[in-house]
Design a binder for this molecule. Structure first.
Ligand SMILES: [Zn+2]
Ligand SMILES: [Zn+2]
Length: 360
């Protein structure tokens, strides 16, 4: 029996997330109701909580959030009830463990029609819209257009909550178009960066060189554990000189920006070789300013953006299941959902990687 109400973390505004009792939704045609396992708190949740302009707007421009809604986009769960036709449409049954891709494509815009669904013009992402509640509640509704994947029972709730960020990391690394023997720099080895590192390692297949940059020693230690050949604390010494010295003066082949710090962009453009590929993944709270000549006349760079984790969910789930990517060392603490404020505070400290919120 599914209860009539549930406790949820609702986004009302910057620094105004409230634990409230809300009705449990009923699945309509094609929809699934899932019972949530655990929900990860990610950097975008933190930037949203703190009032980032991407989320709440600035100077009269509206932001992405249309709340209040249930927060959280990193979670998986178990199917507890099915709307009409939902089992056939999504290939699932009650009791199956499932995850939905974070974006629910409209299916009608030019991007969706061209199978570029992750850039859907409407852009509905779980946990940011009034009509698309996220996972920080006991139950969550997957709409008919959700992209649903099965999750093996062997994964812990924490690992399952990691499918979304790992899929994002995987897509970013794919955008780097890594070749055997490349020197790859990952700038910013937080949750996503440490996943990127592991995916890049898989793609290099024992060739080349992997370099991690960060400002926090505990993260650089984890990077070494996950196979970084070199780690550089960018607060100590000149990272650009170090990378050039390691590459006969040429610079790295691929640079992935995952730090969210504008300085990471400037530094990357300096340490990348001519004709290299620069992947921009992170979200900035302020503009990154650089002389663009370096992109064209000086180095003829490939600048590749990266957003979400399109087509990456199946391989991500497989990698977690077979252990080729390990997120267990990244998981920090689990907090009951009504302790959301504490969980957010601990995440904002930057002293831990992935905190989880568990429905009550
Ligand atoms: Zn996230
Ligand atoms: Zn669309």
């Amino acid at each position: 029996m599914v209860a009539a109400t549930m406790t949820a973390v609702m986004t009302h505004g910057p620094r105004d997330y409230r634990v409230e009792e809300i009705p449990v939704p009923e699945p309509g045609p094609g929809e699934l109701l899932i019972e949530v396992g655990a929900v990860g708190i990610c950097a975008s949740d933190m930037k949203c909580f703190l009032g980032g302009e991407l989320f709440w707007g600035k100077d009269g421009r509206s932001g992405y959030v249309e709340g209040p809604c249930v927060a959280g986009h990193e979670y998986a769960g178990r199917v507890v009830s099915l709307g009409d036709g939902a089992g056939e449409a999504h290939g699932v049954a009650v009791g199956d463990r499932v995850v939905a891709e974070q974006i629910v494509p409209c299916g009608e815009c030019r991007f969706c029609r061209r199978n570029q669904y992750w850039m859907c013009q409407v852009h509905n992402i779980f946990g940011f819209k009034r009509h698309l509640n996220g996972g920080m509640a006991r139950y969550n509704l997957f709409p008919a257009k959700a992209l649903v994947h099965k999750v093996p029972d062997s994964l812990s709730d924490g690992q399952a909550a990691y499918i979304e960020p790992l899929a994002c990391a995987w897509h970013a690394v794919d955008r780097g178009e890594i070749q055997p023997g490349d020197t790859v720099v990952i700038c910013g080895v937080g949750n996503i960066g440490l996943c990127m590192l592991q995916v890049a390692k898989l793609q290099l297949g024992g060739t080349g060189r992997l370099i991690a940059l960060d400002t926090k020693p505990y993260r650089l230690e984890l990077a070494t554990k996950f196979g970084a050949d070199e780690t550089i604390d960018v607060t100590k010494g000149d990272a650009v000189d170090r990378v050039r010295a390691l590459t006969d003066g040429y610079g790295c082949d691929v640079y992935v920006e995952a730090s969210g710090n504008p300085a990471g962009v400037v530094q990357g453009l300096q340490m990348i070789r001519k004709l290299g590929t620069f992947v921009e993944f992170s979200v900035f709270n302020e503009p990154a300013t650089v002389n663009w000549t370096i992109i064209g006349d000086t180095k003829e760079l490939n600048i590749h953006g990266s957003h979400l984790g399109p087509f990456c969910y199946p391989k991500t789930i497989q990698a977690l299941a077979d252990g080729s990517v390990d997120v267990a060392p990244l998981l920090a603490d689990s907090y009951p959902l009504d302790q959301f404020a504490r969980a957010m505070e601990a995440s904002l400290s930057g002293d831990v990687l992935k905190n989880l919120v568990v429905p009550v």
